[in-house]
Write a protein that binds this ligand. Structure first.
Ligand code: SF4
Length: 412
């Protein structure tokens, strides 16, 4: 299993990183992070160094104070990556927050948690007390999100920190320019920030890997595997190896769902796809929440897609039409198909709705959800054909959830 011997987050010892960080200027720190090519682990993969530089520049130009928000919310309940990291290496997350805050010129920072993450919260409180004792000029507070999937979205969490409902914002302006209270704000995942103490102490070359995907990534391996749990793998590890990390499959594999509830499902023939930003995108899915779910033979993929869109149509923040309406329409069509009421042109409608979701949604929730439609139709055509043409579930598992087809006025 090709994990990095030099760089690991879980259980890492950050000794010496604070002293090294204090000896660096803000510019030197940002240059070091840029040199490491560290990319955001929260799903989008944006380079952290560029985000830090943009935040610092915006604060200098505007004269406003800058802020830092470490997103440890874990929106996907099946992928508790930040909780695991905080429980096992809280000082790494807090060290990263302080390094980032000093580099962008922030004196205030928030660690943003899910309200149910009680063990992670207690671990974080102890680490925050240690930060306060050091008095490095940065005050860190815990902020709790509202629960629900959208509470973890980058711009929705800014609304929560301003005591508003968790709804996404139009971007640009990006949080680096106008974040909390419309002031320059560095928003990054706790996992991304946790890499900073190690990069600062050991240098950017401690990060292994090549191309645009370097270092390690926490993954939550779930489903039909022997030992489900949170693991740390090198970016570039194949999906098959990721599944092996969790003890291998317990049943013959039909599919691998990569990225959590908003992301695509790949055929089991794709175990050679590398778990990195570029290969996953080329395969039609994303890193998303960091979940990798092994789906066993005997599972109907149409039913899987319908179940995901049932969840998404309830969790959408509903502020933009493509997602508010699109997730419900996709859900309705998928449920019609799984109930034996599908028609061949439903696949065309699903494709059009996926285009609307990906092209016009306001945030990653709607944009990435299109990948569920596209991957399941492209990779599991037999499941759709069996339902639509042969009027049967290919696995014999689908019970009708609708007695009438879902129709809209737009459909002929
Ligand atoms: S894409 Fe969905 S979740 Fe995101 S802003 Fe639009 S309605 Fe809200």
């Amino acid at each position: 299993m090709p994990t990095s011997a030099a760089f690991r987050l879980l259980g890492a010892d950050a000794t010496g990183s604070r002293e090294r960080a204090l000896a660096l200027s803000a510019d030197d720190t940002i240059a070091l992070i840029e040199g490491s090519e560290l990319r955001g682990r929260g799903g989008a993969g944006f380079p952290l160094g560029a985000k830090m530089r943009a935040t610092r520049t915006a604060a200098e130009v505007s004269g406003d104070p800058a802020y830092v928000v470490a997103n440890a919310y874990d929106a996907d309940p099946a992928s508790p990556l930040s909780r695991t990291l905080l429980e096992r290496s809280p000082e790494l997350v807090l060290g990263g927050i302080v390094i980032a805050a000093r580099a962008v010129g922030a004196r205030e920072a928030w660690l943003y948690l899910h309200p149910e993450a009680t063990a992670a919260r207690s671990a974080a409180e102890k680490a925050i007390a240690a930060v306060a004792r050091h008095d490095d000029g940065v005050s860190v507070e815990i902020a709790l999100g509202p629960g629900g999937f959208m509470g973890g979205e980058e711009s929705a969490l800014l609304a929560v920190l301003e005591n508003k409902r968790a709804m996404a914002r139009q971007r640009p302006p990006w949080p680096a320019e106008q974040g909390v209270r419309l002031r320059p704000t560095l928003v990054s995942s706790a996992e991304t920030l946790a890499a900073l103490p190690l990069i600062v102490r050991d240098g950017p070359d401690s990060f292994s890997g090549s191309g645009g995907s370097r270092g390690t990534k926490l993954v939550s391996v779930t489903g039909a595997v022997a030992e489900p749990g949170v693991y740390e793998v090198s970016l570039g590890t194949t999906l098959g190896e990721v599944v092996q990390t969790a003890g291998g499959v317990t049943h013959a594999l039909k599919a691998i769902h990569v990225g959590g509830p908003t992301c695509g499902i790949l055929n089991s023939t794709r175990t050679g796809v590398r778990y990195d930003y570029e290969d996953l995108k080329a395969a039609g899915t994303y890193m998303g929440s960091g979940q990798v779910r092994a789906i066993a033979e005997g599972t109907c993929i149409v039913a899987e897609a319908a179940r995901l869109f049932e969840y998404l149509s309830k969790e959408t923040c509903a502020i933009c039409v493509p997602c508010r309406v699109g997730t419900k329409r996709v859900r309705g069509i998928l449920e019609s198909i799984s109930s034996g009421l599908g028609r061949e042109d439903d696949l065309k409608w699903l494709g059009e709705l996926a285009d609307h979701l990906s092209d016009f949604s306001l945030c990653g929730f709607g944009i990435t959800s299109a990948s569920i439609v596209r991957t399941t139709i492209a990779e599991f055509p037999d499941d759709y054909r069996a339902h639509i043409v042969e009027r049967r579930c290919p696995e014999g598992t689908c019970a009708p959830s609708r007695s009438r087809r879902y129709e809209t006025m737009a459909q002929p």
